[in-house]
Ligand binder design. Structure first.
Ligand SMILES: Nc1ncnc2c1ncn2[C@@H]1O[C@H](COP(=O)(O)OP(=O)(O)OP(=O)(O)O)[C@@H](O)[C@H]1O
Length: 321
């Protein structure tokens, strides 16, 4: 059974734009248009699109903050616009850019306030808190005021806060933005464990393709308010013909590297940039380079989501895969 069902969803905004001097004429912005999809319990879905595509507007409608102009919408068997309080018990929301914790309170007190707000059973709260504190390594930080936490620590606190009432569905908006590589990895690993252990459904909005790669079996791409692709990330890469880049630092300068499966695009001193199709594994290319050349360092650059989507259009026929 679907946990989220969206059919023919529309949302418009009336805006007044300045036109030559002081005259303002009302116009209508169509933020979401004829949007339909359904998400089953336990899925991990990337909800992607360029700036202004309508992602936030969709999420606000799914969480009951905004009312649709028209169309059908059901989340966890509830109508978000009419049953917002009941829905709040079923969902959790994490924003990378702002915290839902109390700035001056120790983490522990924020968590306790949330228990009262959600009226979570104390034993269940305790069990959840113990589990998440262990998984997210928050034990030493529980008595620290939120304002003294690093971004990565605060994010782990925010994720815990969103989960203490056992939501079936977790919305994550840029959950790894600004985090270092280690913290990003920790957040991603935690979300994988959460999904495997509890079957929590994850809807992830991000501009970081590595988040999607690590977590999402399925991506929905929206543009101009409507779904333009719904399928696997590999399928998205294949449609768009997008590439990843292997950055190779050689011990010494050398002519352009020649290995099967990759093309050398640029050389600058001992550093070379090789591209290969994003829907194939990097392992054979890395192995071939390492077997033939003296390598000091290697790293892989993912394509930007915006580039993947742009490519999707330039190759035409976005759709399902
Ligand atoms: N309250 C509002 N009033 C008027 N227009 C709005 C409002 N909210 C969103 N819009 C417009 O609706 C469109 C979709 O915006 P939305 O914030 O949903 O996009 P987004 O995909 O979340 O973008 P981003 O990645 O930049 O956050 C944009 O053209 C935006 O300007």
């Amino acid at each position: 059974m679907a946990l989220i069902d969206v059919h023919g969803l529309e949302r418009t905004f009336a805006v007044r734009r300045k036109e030559g001097g002081r005259r303002r004429r009302p116009t209508t912005v169509r933020a979401v248009h004829d949007l339909s999809f359904s998400i089953a319990e336990g899925e991990m879905v990337g909800y992607l699109g360029p700036n202004g595509a309508g992602k936030s507007t969709t999420i606000k409608m799914l969480t009951g903050i905004l009312h649709p102009t028209s169309g059908d919408l059901e989340v966890a068997g509830l109508a978000p616009q009419r049953q917002r309080t009941e829905l709040a018990r079923q969902i959790g929301v994490v924003f990378g850019q702002r915290t839902t914790l109390w700035w001056d309170l120790p983490l522990r007190d924020s968590f306790d306030l949330l228990r009262r707000i959600y009226r979570t059973d104390p034993a269940r709260h305790r069990a959840n808190l113990d589990r998440y504190v262990e998984l997210l390594e928050l034990g030493d930080l529980l008595d620290t005021p939120v304002r003294q936490l690093s971004l990565g620590q605060r994010m782990r606190g925010d994720i815990t806060a969103a989960l203490l009432h056992d939501p079936r569905l977790l919305f994550l908006d840029e959950p790894t933005i600004g985090l270092d590589v280690v913290s990003k990895g920790r957040v991603r690993e935690f979300l994988r464990v959460l999904n495997a252990e509890r079957g929590t459904t994850l809807i992830l909005t991000t501009h970081d393709l590595a988040d999607v790669e690590a977590l999402c079996d399925r991506v929905i791409v929206i543009d101009h308010g409507t779904s333009v692709y719904d399928g696997s990330l590999t399928g998205l890469h294949r449609h768009g013909g997008s590439t990843r880049t292997l950055v190779v630092d050689l011990v010494d300068e050398a002519p352009p590297i020649e290995v099967a499966g990759a093309t050398t695009r640029d050389v600058s001193g001992p550093r070379q940039w090789l591209t290969f199709p994003a829907d194939t594994s990097a392992a054979p290319v890395v192995a071939a380079v390492a077997a033939t050349y003296d390598v000091a360092d290697l790293s892989i650059q993912e394509p930007a989501i915006e580039d993947v989507i742009r490519e999707l259009y330039s190759h035409g026929s976005p759709g399902r895969a």
